[in-house]
Design a protein around this ligand. Structure first.
Ligand SMILES: C[S@@+](CC[C@H](N)C(=O)[O-])C[C@H]1O[C@@H](n2cnc3c(N)ncnc32)[C@H](O)[C@@H]1O
Length: 195
């Protein structure tokens, strides 16, 4: 499991200093509802954007350096947001649930073995009927720079039981270097226990 703390000593390529535009589109479309958790939130731009819109917004990341930066930004901008150092593979430890979970760039860092563990962990904090929006690099992104590419089939396999895939659509992942990466934006709802 990679330690991302050293990356946050500087500004990593994914840390664009603003929310991902796909997240802004979701919020503008009214897709993000209720209390929101950003898993693997990095330095918190998505969380701070949503907090600025009036959402109760939470962000967790395993990298303490990223969470320190996120907290500093919240204080600087006078925004109320909740940032915690936590493991996305053990979300039950948060001891609470959320209506919506967002993810820009976390799922695509997981190994094959970690993917089902993450889906199980996610199910402990997303209320039944709540939706997980996930932005990841897609296999349509050429070259080998950056994170591993994820296929639609891999997303469907990970969330095949206890989840409904509402949509997986072509999207872009913004980076702080020239160009944008080809991505998938998935909308995945946690099913009620009996469904
Ligand atoms: C590519 S970065 C994306 C960060 C952020 N979402 C953004 O868009 O700027 C992936 C993030 O996932 C975090 N991460 C990786 N594994 C994690 C885990 N098991 N639990 C929580 N965070 C994790 C890393 O520390 C890193 O901040």
């Amino acid at each position: 499991m990679r330690d991302f703390n050293p990356a946050y000593a500087g500004t990593p390529p994914w840390d664009i200093g603003r929310p991902q535009k796909e997240i802004m589109r979701l919020a503008e479309a009214g897709e993000i509802q209720g209390i929101v958790l950003d898993v693997g939130c990095g330095t918190g731009e998505n969380v701070l954007y949503l907090a600025g819109l009036g959402y109760e917004a939470w962000g967790i990341d395993r990298a303490a350096t990223a969470i320190e930066k996120a907290k500093a930004k919240a204080a600087q901008r006078g925004l109320k947001a909740n940032f915690l150092v936590a493991d996305a593979l053990d979300l039950q430890r948060l001891g609470r649930t959320f209506d919506t979970v967002i993810d820009t760039g976390l799922f695509h860092v997981f190994s094959d073995e970690e993917r089902p563990l993450f889906a199980d962990s996610l199910a402990t904090v997303l209320r039944p009927g709540g939706t997980y929006y996930m932005l990841c690099f897609s296999e349509r992104e050429p070259g080998s720079w950056g994170p591993r590419r994820v296929t639609q089939a891999e997303i469907r396999a990970t969330f095949s039981q206890g989840w409904r895939i509402n949509a997986i659509r072509q999207a872009t992942f913004e980076i702080n270097q020239p160009g944008e990466a080809r991505a998938w934006l998935s909308s995945i709802t946690r099913l009620e226990e009996s469904s």
